[in-house]
Write a protein that binds this ligand. Structure first.
Ligand SMILES: *Cc1c(COP(=O)(O)O)cnc(C)c1O
Length: 395
């Protein structure tokens, strides 16, 4: 067997590339996988080598064969020129933003972003002299009216965090390109398998590897990828922080990569089965799942995305908070907790009204977000069915 290169794999399908990307058995004594390299110091054989910094690695913060393997594999999958690995998904977002802004800039951030992204803009970026305007991502090309002479970034997330509306990404990207803004996309929900970011024109894409890349709720990891125009700037910003991910988490990320397609397809199947079942429930007012007609922006999802993952929300018909608590507290299979993308099903109540500023979030009842895991669908439905009975029985 000869080792292939990313270029040599260009014509192969994503499934095939997921199996081969980032692997170099010839450099690992023939072992299939790159092991966990731990280390700070890298030794140079001679004075001349030290001065010239020859060799592929120079110091722990500069990367190891383990981190390089995942970076190379992710760049191949995302269609990126480079990828850096951060300790968390949020760190991947902050390094992307800090790579693109300077004091005095103005940035446009989707009102529906992951809430900690908003917190970073409102606190750290504000302190550094970067002003943020939140825009309604569903206005599409009309966002152009909010671009100022000093606007430098258009930050996108699709679908919206918790509320799942799908914006017209090509229209937003076209505005950014016409106005010379850096586009940053939080692509965690779709992953490059369901939305290849850089082919779509995104400059910098962010993935919380904590979610589907891990798939097991057992690690924290972020991946920030950039196209050729932004690669050097991203790498230099990352190097300046040395905000490196841990070797064990990177190794588990690489391991997760090999089954990512398989797990995402199953998450899609499971998520759709539960979303359709919930849509038919009398207690449910609306299902917010990009692949369902009831979701704002469904037509954009259908046009631009290759699939849907297992994370979506519902609006319940009006009920008391006690009834909601009775439903959630008795669930046996759905855990209540943050994060998502693991093999186990989760549910959380949420309310976007408290913090959004450019959009209105005013459903009549409570809202729930589900991450559907790999359990049997009939068992999951029976668990929720009993929960809905408790909800109905509680005044
Ligand atoms: C979870 C999440 C993040 C942050 O990932 P962490 O590893 O938990 O920091 C970023 N964006 C989205 C959309 C997420 O769901």
């Amino acid at each position: 067997m000869t080792e292939t290169t990313p270029e040599g794999r260009a014509g192969l399908s994503m499934r095939t590339r997921l199996a081969a990307a980032g692997r170099r058995p010839s450099e690992q004594f023939g072992y299939v996988n790159t092991p966990i390299y731990r280390g700070s110091t890298v030794l140079y054989p001679t004075y001349a080598d030290l001065v010239a910094r020859t060799g592929r690695f120079s110091y722990g913060t500069d990367g190891t064969p383990t981190s390089r393997a995942l970076e190379e594999a992710w760049s191949e999958l995302a269609g990126a020129a480079t990828t850096v690995l951060t300790p968390t998904g949020l760190a991947a977002i902050t390094v992307a933003l800090l790579c693109a802004v300077k004091a005095g800039d103005h940035i446009l951030v989707a009102d529906t972003v992951y809430r900690p992204t908003r917190n970073f803009c409102n606190t750290v970026l504000a302190r550094l002299g970067v002003e943020t305007t939140y825009y309604d991502p569903m206005i599409g090309a009309a966002v152009a009216a909010q671009v100022r002479p000093n606007t430098s970034v258009l930050f996108l997330e699709a679908p919206g965090s918790q509320s799942f509306e799908v914006p017209d990404l090509p229209a937003l990207i076209a505005v950014a390109q016409a106005k010379n803004l850096c586009t940053i996309l939080d692509n965690t929900w779709a992953t490059p398998l369901f939305y290849p970011p850089h082919a779509a024109g995104i400059d910098i894409a962010v993935e919380a590897g904590t979610k589907y890349l891990s798939g097991h709720s057992d690690l924290l990891l972020g991946l920030t990828s950039a196209n050729a125009a932004w690669a050097a700037r991203l790498r230099a910003t990352f190097d300046a922080f040395a905000m490196c991910a841990g070797p064990e988490d990177i190794f588990l990320g690489l391991r997760g990569l090999r089954t990512l397609d398989l797990r995402l397809r199953e998450a899609e199947r499971q998520g759709l089965a539960m979303a359709h079942w919930l849509a038919a429930r009398p207690e449910v007012a609306r299902v917010l799942h990009p692949a369902l007609l009831s979701c704002p922006g469904h037509a954009f999802w259908k046009r631009d995305f290759r699939g849907s993952s297992g994370l979506f929300s519902i609006n319940l018909k009006p009920c008391s908070t006690e009834a909601l608590a009775a439903m959630l507290d008795g669930l046996n299979l759905f855990g209540m907790g943050y994060s998502w993308g693991g093999y186990e099903s989760l549910v959380i109540p949420f309310d976007c009204a408290a913090y959004r500023t450019a959009t209105t979030w005013a459903p009549e009842g409570h809202s729930l977000r589900f991450s559907i895991g790999l359990e049997d669908i009939a068992d999951l439905q029976a668990d929720l069915d009993a929960g809905f009975a408790r909800l109905r029985d509680t005044p």
